[in-house]
Design a protein around this ligand. Structure first.
Ligand code: G3I
Length: 335
């Protein structure tokens, strides 16, 4: 007999998974369609993938993922229209071809490129993409004003955020528009994000939701700190979504194991269980929960930049359900 479907167990909010075009075949595709009713393209809708050269849009990978979602009755989270990473260099080049400096002309040029990009990408998909991470990771709690000193901010101040949401809403009027960030449980970052969203919404900027990426680990953050994060944004009347959940088996240390130790996989299962328990408790305010990958071989934490395999997902690298899956799906689990 097959194992229970996650989306049939969690009926209080859509369950999402980040996918790449390579995972749209065979067993991965079967598992994705069986367990999830939302998909986020992990990379295919980022600026470097969709407009590598000015005006030269390419959507092959994104279209394949959007088509897969349509065929399987899955919602799509568009990720992401504006980010300081994975934005091609040409975007920040001035009329002479040099790296932009903060001038009125460069601000106008950059905002016009941003507008054209969003019209090209969000305009293409219209209602096929119901949620957009319009801006990603704009907060830096170490700055006095809480804003990351990205090129976007250096050249346009807050106007890139205002423009991004305005244009996205114009071309995708039914889409729910989100601001997305990581470590939003950290009080200083949480409060800086709250202040920004509160200010922009009071100006009438159409920010409908806050995305909490939740790239966490077996011992961090606590349920209490995560609950305080969710509580903080409720008075703003915004949706909240968990957008990139993964639970590394490592704590924030230099440790690295050749294979995931049993005790860490058990701790991971408990952390997933407590997080999903909290999300279910807050289902009135949480409108989707997305895990940032299907299995331990299709995750950004697989020996890449961090040089170690964090085994952060619900399914292992043989696509078998882990203790973390059973801890989330079985009310009687007591690993
Ligand atoms: O597509 C190229 C390929 O042509 C090339 O051969 C290969 C080797 O250089 O690189 C490929 O691009 C990689 C891309 O993923 C697609 O696989 C990039 O090097 C690699 O850096 C990129 O990593 C992505 C990362 O964002 C970039 O910062 C991860 O897959 C993706 O999971 C990760 O996701 C981010 C979210 O978007 C935002 N929140 C944080 C999260 C984790 O960083």
């Amino acid at each position: 007999t097959d194992i229970p479907s996650l989306k049939e167990v969690f009926t209080e909010f859509p369950l999402g998974v980040a996918l790449s075009p390579e995972s749209l075949y065979g067993e991965r595709a079967r598992l994705a369609a069986k367990h999830f009713n939302s998909v986020t393209p992990g990379n295919a809708l980022k600026w470097d993938a969709t407009e590598p050269r000015e005006g030269a849009f390419q959507f092959t990978d994104a279209d394949r993922i959007v088509q897969f979602a349509a065929e399987n009755g899955m919602a799509v989270r568009g990720h992401t229209l504006v980010w300081h990473q994975q934005t091609p260099d040409w975007v920040f080049r001035d009329a002479a071809g040099d790296v932009m400096t903060p001038t009125p002309e460069n601000k106008e040029l950059l905002l016009s490129r941003l507008e054209a990009h969003i019209r090209g990408v969000a305009g293409r998909y219209g209602d096929d993409i119901g949620v957009w991470d319009v801006v990603n990771e704009v907060i830096d709690e170490n700055q006095a004003d809480g804003m990351r000193r990205s090129m976007w901010y250096q050249i346009t101040g807050l106007d890139y955020i205002r423009t991004a949401f305005r244009v996205a809403h114009e071309v995708a009027p039914n889409a729910r528009l989100f601001i997305n960030d990581y470590n939003t449980n950290v009080p200083a970052k949480r409060d800086a994000l709250f202040g920004l969203v509160s200010q922009l919404r009071s100006e009438g900027v159409p920010i409908h939701g806050v995305g909490h990426q939740m790239h966490v680990n077996v011992e961090w953050p606590s349920v209490a700190e995560t609950e305080a994060m969710l509580q903080k944004f409720i008075p703003l009347g915004v949706e909240q979504q968990i957008t990139e959940l993964d639970v590394s088996i490592y704590t924030n240390s230099g440790e690295s194991f050749p294979t995931p130790p049993a005790d860490r996989l058990l701790a991971q299962a408990h952390k997933y269980r407590e997080m999903f328990g909290l999300f279910t408790e807050y289902a009135e305010h949480i409108t989707s929960v997305t895990v940032w990958g299907l299995d331990d071989d299709s995750t950004w934490l697989d020996g890449g930049s961090l040089g170690r395999d964090d085994a952060p997902m619900l399914f292992d690298d043989q696509l078998q359900a882990k203790s973390a899956y059973w801890a989330v799906v079985d009310p009687n689990w007591s690993g």
